[in-house]
Write a new protein. Sequence first.
Length: 457
Amino acid sequence: MDPLRPISEDLRLFVGRDEETRRYLVDLLSDKRALKVVTGDVGVGKTTFVNACQYMSYAGQSPDGFPFELPKLLPCFDKIQVREGNNLDVFFQQVMVTICQSIAYHCKIATIEPPTLVKEYLRFFLDLNIQSGGAGGSVGFNLPAGFGIELGGSGKASTPTSIKNIRHHLLKLVELSMDELRFDGISVVVNNLDILSKDSLLQFVNEARDELFDIPGIYWTLIGRKGIATVISTESDRVGDYLSGTELCLTPLKFPDTKQIIDRRVDELRLDSRPDAVCPLQEDMIYLFHDMSLKETRETLSICGEVVRRVIGVNPALKIIPREIAVSAFVQYAYERAKDLDLSESKVKILSAVWAKESCRPKDFANFDYKTIQGFNSALKVLSDKGILSVEEKGRARIYRMTGLTVLAAITGALGEEIRQAAASQMNKLSEPVASTMESEPTAFDEAQLSLELDED
Ligand SMILES: Nc1ncnc2c1ncn2[C@@H]1O[C@H](COP(=O)(O)OP(=O)(O)OP(=O)(O)O)[C@@H](O)[C@H]1O
Ligand SMILES: [Mg+2]
């Protein structure tokens, strides 16, 4: 399930987040050089949210009643993916390519010829990337289908001959965006900072601060795990001073919003190619899947999509999927997802502790069958990289919470019989056709977390 892109067709599908949108847009006005930090759990809708905000400032569409005029910023249609081990040079290149591709894409929408300089830069950097064997996939190139642009012409670009002075080239791009394309600046988004270790994160922001974050005309947004703004401001005063306001942490969408996301997508299908399209899932089934996914939007949409695909695939005439059939397709899907998790006994122990809301210290590693603290930490990292746990930095503690994937694994018994029964009873409770449950927010999974105190490290 890809995030919505910062283009009008996708933004029609964007639901909710009114309060957060206003906060983000006000931040955009407050201080041109400030770094905005957007955080939240896996699949909660961070990239989609930032894309929606980017589109608003690009298209000059502020929310109803928004009292200020937004700066017109060129959005980076492609987000920059940081990777552990990449240095600032790689990041520089990614920023150059992302901005050039976005300018080119903007020119395509506006049916104007991309500036020659932009074409030259792109040829240079794409060539550079190919010659260095793809630079370990370091340069973004995640533009969705149809975003590619024709460079035309052939031969090598003459500029820049060196990437040493990229700051100078970035300044040129900002100038070009303002003077030729009439933007007030460029919005650059750095995605997935959550995959960096705390040390790498700090090293990255410290290095980028002097070279990049103070370039006038570039508005930076960093997307990552909960708590990173606090980590940055407490551990690096120099960068902390650049942060705008507080971290914008996206909380999971409430059920009515999730339901509306699905309704909008069905409406779209109806307008598009399927005039008779209806959602074959009953509302209480969507509610069940929303809850079993811990309200992660991506997970909820994939469960709903999978259940519909599986059932309607073999029975296309079915208009409404009966409850028991929806539940059994869901359980079958859970088994398939859990199959690849490859959980060792010691990892199951960690997940059971998370389920039981325990807290512990790294020195408790032996209780989890690990020989060293490092082994224990790397097991936690594997679990969070696989999306079975989510992580939050909280002062000196790190909090691991379960995710929708943990619940899927639980249902299949991968975390042991006791937890399977607990998950099954929660599922049975929710799949009863009782409309009243939909009013209240269930709490059975809400707090499950393992909190680690890091002082002992
Ligand atoms: N407010 C929203 N309106 C409509 N769709 C949404 C909304 N938020 C999220 N989605 C949908 O949910 C899915 C997940 O969203 P997205 O990729 O933005 O999450 P994320 O938090 O960036 O995930 P990750 O942690 O993996 O980076 C996407 O398919 C997206 O289209
Ligand atoms: Mg994302």
